[in-house]
Write a protein that binds this ligand. Structure first.
Ligand SMILES: *Cc1c(COP(=O)(O)O)cnc(C)c1O
Length: 401
């Protein structure tokens, strides 16, 4: 596929697309329309957590395709009930709302927090504290919640009621809580924002402050959820429970679906007519969730991700130790960032041209998001390719200096 096609595209140019068109995916591998093969360490941005076309999900969806695709949420949808039961049985949540994306899940969380305060508590509080460098989505409310100016440019007026605090800064958080504060919304690992982990001491202070001030804790697990960090949900690493959390990316193995999960006390805030989605949790979407979640839970995929992540991080640390372009390697499970001393965009391109797909997280960070069933041999191959690219870049930089 050539660049000319992009120039004539009838699509909005919202993405600076790579000049590559993929036509087939299987496990850890993708093939483009020229027959080139790629080792996929980006997974559609943490979506295909079980690899491409995983058999249990493919089989379940194929069967469901022959039975029923869509029915309104005005009907009982057994697959949706069952998917919700599975997710609540394996998390701290008691109730689930299905939607179609991460932004929609976060939008639902924001609405639920506001409505709980207004309809259930009658507190009159509506403000939500979020964090600098966060990413919560592209709808008006979720881009406002996002702590990055670049996603807001040109979209004013933005909804009111959001306030931003530096990530991992307990004193700033405490100072920002006021009489209008209703909730705090946070990622356990800021993924788009550069792969920055929430500090455990900070998270425990945050949980404590939420108790003290009657605030809801909303955790955005859109990227970190479904085993990505080595636990089913990343907040499990911290031994604390959110009041609300959201998932989407890895939830349906690539079938577009999101979910907002919450504690029982929040159930009554979302009564009939309060919120909805035509496509949320249709038989097809719920089948994708059910098959994905059953596989991830039944095969203890989070433990496999933890093990593979430890191996990948160790290999990277060892092989990149002397590379002057590499500042730090960080992350949790199979959400790993390599922070470099300069912009990494061209290096990501160089890796792709050698058959390895990785992605950036901010200008200077290379982000690795392989599927959670990635093998050691595949990790070795990816590490060899990436370290080769970075070694060459370091050499080029040295000759230029
Ligand atoms: C990707 C992402 C979103 C937005 O999800 P969409 O499905 O693109 O709407 C929200 N929060 C986090 C943490 C994400 O990584």
């Amino acid at each position: 596929m050539s660049n000319d096609v992009n120039k004539e595209s009838a699509l909005f140019p919202t993405y600076a697309r790579y000049p590559v068109a993929m036509v087939k995916g299987e496990g850890s591998w993708l093939w483009d329309d020229q027959g080139n093969k790629y080792l996929d360490f980006m997974c559609g941005l943490a979506v295909t957590n079980l690899g491409h076309a995983p058999k249990p999900v493919r089989d379940a969806l194929t069967k469901q395709l022959g039975e029923l695709w869509h029915v309104s949420n005005l009907f009982h949808i057994p697959q949706q009930e069952e998917a919700a039961r599975l997710l609540t049985a394996h998390s701290c949540a008691d109730a689930v709302f299905f939607c179609n994306s991460g932004a929609e899940a976060n939008e639902a969380a924001i609405k639920l927090a506001r409505r709980y305060h207004s309809q259930v508590l009658g507190s009159g509080r509506h403000e939500i504290i979020t964090f600098d460098n966060s990413f919560h989505g592209r709808t008006l409310a979720t881009l406002t919640a996002t702590g990055q100016d670049k996603v807001k440019e040109g979209f004013a007026p933005l909804p009111e009621g959001f306030r931003y605090v530096p990530f991992n800064d307990g004193a700033a958080l405490e100072a920002a809580i006021g009489e209008r504060t209703a909730a705090v919304m946070i990622e356990m690992v800021q993924a788009e924002g550069g792969v920055h982990e929430a500090d455990p001491a900070f998270m425990h202070l945050l949980r404590k402050l939420c108790e003290q001030h009657g605030l809801l804790l909303i955790i955005d697990e859109v990227q970190t959820g479904m085993g990505r960090t080595g636990k089913l949900f990343a907040h499990e690493h911290y031994g604390l429970e959110p009041d609300i959390f959201t998932v989407a990316k890895g939830l349906g193995s690539g079938f577009p679906v999101g979910a907002m999960l919450a504690k029982a006390k929040l159930r009554e805030a979302f009564g009939p007519g309060s919120h909805g989605s035509t496509f949320g949790g249709t038989p097809l979407a719920a089948t994708a969730v059910l098959a994905t979640a059953r596989t991830i839970i039944g095969d203890d995929v989070p433990a496999k991700a933890a093990e593979a992540g430890a191996y990948l991080s160790a290999q990277l640390r060892e092989r990149l130790a002397g590379n002057p372009l590499v500042k730090t390697i960080r992350g949790k499970g199979l959400l790993i960032g390599i922070e470099c001393t300069q912009p990494v965009g061209d290096w990501v391109t160089a890796a792709r041209e050698r058959g390895l797909l990785v992605v950036t997280a901010g200008p200077n960070v290379i982000r690795l998001l392989p599927n959670l069933l990635i093998t050691r041999a595949e990790i070795d191959q990816a590490v060899a390719t990436l370290c080769g690219v970075l070694a060459e870049q370091a050499q080029t930089a040295a000759t230029q200096a």
